[in-house]
Ligand binder design. Sequence first.
Ligand SMILES: Cc1cc2nc3c(=O)[nH]c(=O)nc-3n(C[C@H](O)[C@H](O)[C@H](O)COP(=O)(O)OP(=O)(O)OC[C@H]3O[C@@H](n4cnc5c(N)ncnc54)[C@H](O)[C@@H]3O)c2cc1C
Length: 344
Amino acid sequence: MRKVNIIGGGLAGTALAYMLKSRGAVPIIYEASPDVASGASGNDIGIYNPRFSAQLDAEAKFYSDAFFKACSVFEEFGDDVEFNPCGSLSLLNNERKDVRYRKTVDSWGWSKDDMRIVGAREASDMAGIEIPHDALYLPKSGSVSPKKLCQLYSKDIEVNLNHKIKDFSELEGDVTIIACGIGALKFEASENLPLKSVRGQVSFVDQNKLSKNLKLVLNYGGYMAPAKDGVHVVGSTFQPWLSHDDILPEDNLINLDKLFEAIPSIEGDYNVVDSRAAVRTASKNHFPIVGQLGQGLYISVAHGSHGILSSIMAASILADMIVDSDYSAPYELLTALSPNRFSR
Ligand SMILES: Cc1cc2nc3c(=O)[nH]c(=O)nc-3n(C[C@H](O)[C@H](O)[C@H](O)COP(=O)(O)OP(=O)(O)OC[C@H]3O[C@@H](n4cnc5c(N)ncnc54)[C@H](O)[C@@H]3O)c2cc1C
């Protein structure tokens, strides 16, 4: 059986381990921190939603396929990953989104049962609160725990914690995958990739009488999930100019202001009970970097703000490459994901 070293124990690395194991390989994870899901993947709740685009190009197809693949995996994991397919409304709260989301519905070809535009009235009835915009409705979307996903993906897999890889010569075996986010810049093979850090912070707020009726996930540039045990998650800030994970009190105000601006009916007093900040990794064109870097060397990074979906799709594609499966992703997709695309 083929041994595969995976550097990084976030969503990218643990999803790879899960997919490789299911194809008969023996993955070994190396994680610098004392636990898996210590970086961007450590949030208790995240939203799984594709990145919508006007055309069904290779990138859109990636997120579209990722959505259905992820739904079936999450359904199998169920409550163990706090899977809550409550549905989501992505608000058409500016002209750009109004045009793009309507084109998404036309061009992606999803069934009406999986994706449709709803008017503001219907959106309000679905949400349980007053929504002032039309919205793109995905009944199968919702929330899941990224942290618990990492734990379940890596269950029964050898995980070496507190083990920061500095040089590949430390590793045995002939296959290694770099799945350590911005840490990829520390390796000679990937030091020139156009990766950047984008700090973000999520806020956990007590439900109040305005928000307690919320029934599904709202996306409006930020996001709010229905309360679980009386607490909503409201996300998240985007700061490409910062690369630390300290909590910033002003970020909680930014998250709430963004929510109130998009949905004034929910404006009120919210008690912030917790916050979590971390650093996302993004590429120059905001599409993940997934593929082969050299002989026996692969990479899965730059999962940006849609890592819950993109990590599992990337894992499936790389696992097929590594175990020489008969299936291979379409050429246009492999080219769009390739780490070599920036040097052309
Ligand atoms: C505030 C915030 C909110 C978000 N909300 C959502 C959301 O709602 N939905 C969604 O889909 N996505 C969301 N994301 C994005 C998502 O969390 C990321 O895309 C995803 O977690 C990236 O996973 P990763 O494994 O690439 O990176 P990480 O989770 O950062 O994992 C990389 C790991 O590699 C380890 N590492 C680094 N260098 C080394 C080394 N040399 N040796 C060993 N280990 C190393 C690190 O310790 C780290 O644990 C959010 C991100 C943030 C920050």
